[in-house]
Design a protein around this ligand. Structure first.
Ligand code: ADP
Ligand code: MG
Length: 326
């Protein structure tokens, strides 16, 4: 079995850009361009909590970085570098090799150099901790508290697939093998909307990435901005494979399902044409799903304009009952 240092040398010490210092020193070193602000974020992924035991390591390596890049996307930052903390109960070289391949493939795609980390044996289960660094012009960073009354609310991509896939894999919903095959990549291989985030930053007011459920994450924007929202349920972009699936489950999945990593943003109605153009240019659909209003809270209206009561809530790791899931 390789030592910790052999493991790092073999799998996590690929070349880094010449102006940066990567793994092997006590600290990584890199520079942010003059006038830019450093954007940083960290996410912890625990086996059995954030991913199923036995998840394909290639996809897991991708996802561990993707969920962090998604946070950079939500403020409109350009990725620069990342750090990787790994806690492993044992060393399975094939697993580590595939995990590294998945991680580096996405890192390379976004020019996000892996500059270091920490590796240790864990008593139980796999622990992954990724920290990302990016840069953004301070005046362009999309903040949660920047929504304005009268703004349109937009969401990128489609909703619902990751949640239904997760609940099928958890045994909470009966497994439909054909449907699961169409939706499980949304859960296991989310695409961080980095290019979109950077492009919309000069057009949008507030943004957030949907990690805990649309209503809950939009709720963070509303709370930070001291405003309210109305959502048109019929406008919500449902993943096409879910057409014809149990409508109550789909409603729950699109309003409260987590692990989505699409961007939800608010922008003045005057930005509609610009945002539509950006959607075409980036190849990522942007859908207008409602509006920011005065007051507090979120109202969801169904196709006939009636307020949907009993709307499902999003995911909260510390809530003791309800949507408890992995
Ligand atoms: P220290 O004890 O000084 O913190 P370590 O022995 O933990 O250093 O790590 C040695 C070097 O390997 C450091 O530069 C660290 O950033 C890097 N490193 C450790 N684990 C990882 C990893 N999982 N991915 C990338 N680099 C890593
Ligand atoms: Mg260390």
């Amino acid at each position: 079995m390789p030592s910790e240092f052999e493991l790092i040398t073999r799998f996590f010490s690929r070349a880094v850009p010449r102006d940066m210092v990567g793994a092997g020193d006590d600290c990584a070193l890199f520079t942010v361009k003059p006038g830019m602000q450093l954007a940083t974020s960290t996410d912890l992924l625990l086996e059995g909590r954030h991913f199923f035991s036995g998840t394909d390591p290639l996809r897991l390596g991708h996802k561990a970085l993707a969920v962090n890049l998604s946070d950079l996307a939500a403020v409109g930052a350009k990725p620069i570098a990342c750090l990787l903390g790994l806690g492993l109960p044992s060393i399975d070289e094939q697993w580590v090799s595939q995990f590294a391949d998945g991680f580096y493939a996405l890192a390379d795609e976004h020019g996000c150099a892996l500059l270091g980390g920490d590796t240790t044996r864990s008593e139980q289960g796999i622990t992954l901790s990724v920290t990302v660094f990016g840069e953004v012009l301070p005046e362009l960073a999309m903040r949660r508290g920047a929504a304005m009354c009268g703004d349109d609310i937009w969401v990128s991509g489609t909703l619902g697939a990751a949640d239904i896939a997760c609940r099928m894999l958890a045994g909470e919903l009966p497994t439909d093998a054909k449907l699961l095959a169409q939706i499980r990549l949304a859960l296991e291989r989310p695409i961080p909307r980095v290019a979109l985030g950077r492009r919309v930053a000069s057009h949008a007011h507030a943004a957030i990435d949907v990690s805990d459920g649309l209503l809950q994450d939009l709720g963070h924007i509303l709370q930070a901005s001291s405003l309210a929202a109305e959502i048109d349920e019929s406008a919500l972009p449902v993943h096409e494979a879910l057409r014809g699936y149990d409508p109550l489950q789909v409603r729950r999945a699109i309003l409260a399902g987590g692990d989505v990593y699409e961007l939800c943003l608010t922008a003045a109605p005057a930005q509609r044409d610009s945002l539509a153009r950006i959607a075409v240019e980036t190849g990522v659909p942007l859908t207008r799903i409602g509006r920011i209003t005065a007051g507090s809270g979120v109202v969801v209206r169904d196709v006939s304009g009636r307020i949907v009561s009993d709307i499902p809530r999003g995911f909260d790791h510390f809530r003791s009952s309800g949507d408890a899931r992995l």
